[in-house]
Design a protein around this ligand. Structure first.
Ligand SMILES: [Zn+2]
Ligand SMILES: [Zn+2]
Length: 160
C-alpha cells in the first residue's frame, strides 16, 4: 500500500553561494527556544545526526545527567527573535545561551563551522528527533541509563 505524504507548498530559499541541490529534507522545519521565550530559533533541514552526550561539560552546562544534541547544517539554522550570548566553554567549542533565563541552546565545534548542535530538549517538539548514538560514556553517571540498543562510544566516537 502506497503511503502518500502531503507536503505543504513551502520553498526554502537557499543563501547565495549555496552549492548543490536542495532535496525534500529542506522542507523540514524545526523550531525551538529558551525557557523565557526571549530567544527563538528555527532549522529548515533534517538533522545530520543526533545522540546523547554524557561528557562532564554537557552535564555541568545543562544541569542534567546528559545532553541530547541534534546536529544541523548551519546554513539552514537561524535565530528568529534575538541573538544569544556566547560562552567559549573550551579551546575547541562554544555554547550559546539566553542572557535572560540562562537556557543553553546549542554547541558549536570550532573545527566544524558548517554545523551547529542544537540541544534537543529546547525544541518545541523534542520527540521529533530520535537519538542514534551515545558518546563520552566514560563519564556516564552510574545511576543514569536509557533503555535502547544504540551504539555506545566511550569517547567522541565516529562523530567528525
Ligand atoms: Zn530565555
Ligand atoms: Zn558533551
Amino acid at each position: 500500500m502506497a503511503i502518500f505524504m502531503s507536503f505543504g507548498i513551502s520553498f526554502v530559499p537557499s543563501k547565495a553561494g549555496t552549492q548543490g541541490c536542495i532535496d525534500m529534507s529542506s522542507a523540514a522545519h524545526f523550531a525551538g527556544g529558551c525557557l523565557c521565550g526571549h530567544i527563538r530559533y528555527e532549522a529548515t533541514a533534517q538533522p545530520v545526526s543526533a545522540g546523547y552526550c554524557h561528557c562532564r561539560m554537557c552535564q555541568r552546562s545543562s544541569g542534567a545527567p546528559a545532553q541530547v544534541w541534534a546536529q544541523f547544517p548551519i546554513e539552514f539554522f537561524r535565530y528568529t527573535t534575538a541573538e544569544p550570548e556566547v560562552y567559549k566553554s573550551s579551546s575547541w567549542g562554544e555554547r550559546r545561551f539566553c542572557p535572560q533565563c540562562g537556557s543553553q541552546l546549542e554547541f558549536r565545534l570550532q573545527k566544524d563551522p558548517a554545523t551547529v548542535d542544537l540541544n534537543v530538549p529546547t525544541l518545541d517538539d523534542p520527540g521529533a528527533v530520535q537519538p542514534s548514538t551515545h558518546i563520552w560514556t566514560k563519564d556516564q553517571l552510574p545511576w543514569f541509563e536509557t533503555t535502547d540498543d544504540l551504539p555506545r562510544h566511550s569517547d567522541e566516537g565516529e562523530a567528525d
